[in-house]
Design a protein around this ligand. Structure first.
Ligand code: SF4
Length: 336
């Protein structure tokens, strides 16, 4: 059994509902349930991949963990040394001091770096803002961070436009590492990069994780990227987790039809494999007005009557493998 204090992050029954307002009086007509009753844990030093189609709520989870958004309900517990920090309850002042422990790597290295700041200023800014660490030699620390991410520290005074997309993402990684965080939320960190550069950044993230014992929440719509870097994978659909398991189980032995459909879209080498898989039809459901029963039933090729009426809950169907599907124990689904 896992030691509880080996979990760096524990998320329980997390919800984020955005009100839909209309008219002069801004009356609330309903809610978009962007994140709806999501629970998971991330062990220290682990990478949890979070996948799903665009609009499923995965980036909202990242923002809630970093408290860029306040949850509607639920708890987010972060372990700092032997202390449990309840992120969802932090005041603004407490939040400022907590932020050094959890940092974000952005999706777009072109848009996320201030073009008027030098590399020294971009990477050094979090160090300067954090008063406790003002005694460090800033130039020395920025050079160390540039070395760590494979950037030539002679380019300290250059501006972002002088760098390629891959190098800019390295600058973003160095900035995220500036305060020695425990957790990195990487939100689609390679999706804006050329395929040839993606592998370099993924390898960099892997290497610095080993060196610094970092923990990652790696958010992506691209399963081949997630397969490459994750220890465990959570699959999300319309604000809810539908499957959560070790990497190998998700990719070789999926137990949720949505996971199977996502895997079918991953490019296959063998033509025979391609013919045996199928394409996911229809659009992702509206989180303001989801279908009854299992939210996936209008798109599921295995759906039965029960799926249209009875809600699903996450259940452990085999060791360390949770699934939210009425038929999870009887279906035999195709992995990669
Ligand atoms: Fe498909 Fe039914 Fe399972 Fe939902 S509960 S994924 S509709 S089989």
């Amino acid at each position: 059994m896992e030691a509880a204090n080996n979990n760096l992050l524990t998320v329980e029954n997390l919800k984020k509902h955005f009100p839909i307002k209309k008219g002069l009086l801004r009356r609330v007509l309903g809610h978009v349930k962007a994140v709806d009753d999501v629970s998971f844990k991330i062990r220290r030093g682990e990478t949890l991949g979070l996948v799903g189609e665009s609009g499923c709520g995965k980036s909202t989870i990242g923002k809630l963990i970093l408290r860029a958004l306040k949850p509607t309900a639920g708890t987010i517990m972060f372990r700092v040394d032997d202390e449990e920090v309840l992120i969802h309850e932090l005041s603004d002042a407490e939040l400022r001091s907590f932020r050094r422990h959890a940092q974000l790597i952005f999706q777009d290295p072109y848009a996320s770096l201030n073009p008027r700041m030098t590399v020294r200023e971009i990477i050094g800014e979090p160090i300067l803002v954090n008063r406790d660490q003002q005694t460090v030699d800033l130039d020395q620390r920025v050079k160390e961070l540039m070395d760590l991410v494979g950037l030539d520290s002679r380019y300290l005074k250059r501006y972002p436009h002088a760098f390629s997309g891959g190098q800019r993402q390295r600058i973003g990684v160095a900035r995220a590492l500036a305060l020695n965080p425990d957790l990195i939320v990487a939100d689609e960190p390679v999706s804006a990069l050329d395929v040839s550069i993606q592998a370099q950044i993924l390898n960099l993230l892997h290497d610095i994780q080993q060196d610094l014992n970092l923990t990652y929440l790696f958010i992506s719509h691209d399963l081949s990227v997630v397969e490459h870097i994750s220890d465990r994978v959570a699959v999300m659909y319309v604000g809810k987790l539908v499957e959560l398991a070790d990497n190998d189980d998700i990719f070789r032995r999926p137990k949720h039809p949505y996971t199977e459909a996502l895997l079918a879209a991953v490019p296959q080498i063998s033509e025979r494999q391609k013919r045996e898989t199928y394409t996911l039809g229809g659009n992702i459901a509206d989180p303001a007005n989801p279908p009854s029963g299992c939210y996936f039933h209008p798109r599921c090729r295995y759906a039965k009557e029960i799926c249209k009426t009875q809600p699903v809950v996450m259940e452990e169907v085999s060791p360390r493998h949770q699934v939210a599907c009425h038929l999870a124990r009887e279906l035999s689904l195709k992995g990669l």
